[in-house]
Design a protein around this ligand. Structure first.
Ligand SMILES: [Zn+2]
Length: 244
């Protein structure tokens, strides 16, 4: 199962005390996920949990700050999951949206964020980082952020329903679109997230990206845009490795 995921060594290695993965379609097909319910998972450090929840294209985060049990149920909708609990893999599901993983190795907290254009324009990534900093007393300099595979500017054409809020919410919206032609343009979601994170005060060298487009790579990824319907979603997650 692990062989079919993408990891980013420049983002986190085993010395950082976290494990992470960006999923592929093969990985998604091999995974038994129960949305809103912790699923037992094994890994280094023994038993743990894999948790994903219903996503609603909003900006709210679920904070898991106590150990999970098999009777836990999370029935609401959240597009970010934050935890300081070792062994809990917080995961998001994406097809063309951007999975964003965050951690602080010193204060030990992680987050998985689902950022589609709606959530990204509404600032879900900086909002989640702000919440993590307040809740767990993190500082900017200790954060590491990785932006995963998503629809790329090579393929992701958008029109007025996306461009209008983008122009309203982002002063430098022109820097994240390409090939503007009449009422359409191609949106660079990964760059949008990166700019927001850097504007928040995170240094560029603390942010890594996986520059793969989910629409281009049908062998690797599901794509809502390419396939015209939801055939499946990739699962991406991050875990604080329990200290032995
Ligand atoms: Zn593409």
């Amino acid at each position: 199962m692990r062989s079919s995921v993408i990891t980013v060594p420049a983002f986190a290695s085993s010395q950082d005390g976290v494990r992470h993965f960006f999923g592929t379609r093969a990985h998604a097909d091999s995974l038994a996920l129960d949305v809103g319910v912790p699923v037992p998972a094994t890994g280094s450090g023994g038993r743990g949990w894999l948790l994903s929840v219903k996503q609603v294209h909003g900006t709210d985060a679920l904070v898991v700050d106590r150990p999970l049990t098999e009777v836990d149920r999370f029935d609401g909708g959240w597009d970010a999951l934050v935890t300081d609990q070792p062994g809990v893999t917080v995961a998001v599901r994406t097809a063309d949206c951007v999975p964003v993983l965050v951690y602080d190795r010193r204060r030990r907290a992680v987050a998985a964020i689902h950022a589609g254009w709606r959530g990204a324009v509404a600032g879900i990534v900086p909002k989640t980082i702000e919440l993590m900093m307040a809740r767990f007393q993190l500082i900017e300099a200790d954060l590491r952020i990785s932006i995963g595979p998503s629809a790329g500017p090579c393929c992701y054409e958008v029109d007025e329903p996306v461009l209008t809020p983008l122009r309203q919410e982002l002063p430098d919206w022109q820097s994240v679109i390409q090939h503007e032609r009449g009422a359409t343009a191609r949106l660079d979601l990964k760059k949008l997230v990166r700019r927001q994170v850097e504007q928040f005060g995170i240094a560029a060298d603390q942010v890594t990206s996986v520059n793969l487009c989910t629409i281009c790579h049908d062998d690797l990824f599901y794509s809502y845009r390419r396939e015209g319907r939801v055939n499946g979603t990739m699962v991406s997650g991050i875990t604080l490795v329990p200290r032995g």
